[in-house]
Design a protein around this ligand. Sequence first.
Ligand SMILES: [Zn+2]
Length: 112
Amino acid sequence: MADAPDNCPFCGHDYTFILNGPVEGDWCAVTCDKCHARGPINYTDPHAIAEWNTRATPPAAVVEAMERALQNIRELNLTAEDENGHKWANSELIDQEITFSLAALTAWRDAQ
Ligand SMILES: [Zn+2]
């Protein structure tokens, strides 16, 4: 088994680390420090690294569909207002997350 996780398959970032559950030995997963993608949950670091390093890469059609969905959500979110004409209280946070996801997807696609 590999000793270290590969670069992030989504954003290409080279700093990935093992995220551990609150109790040692409870669970662990490789996590990207940049885009916060997380690998499958495991119970040992070597298994978490092995699954991260061999995870399937999404086909381009899936990425494009996700981009379309995120764009639609963003447009809906940006126009959603309450009865007083105010934006949703969490719209900035949601938009930030969508922007982050799109950037990660775009970076991954462009790296292919
Ligand atoms: Zn990443």
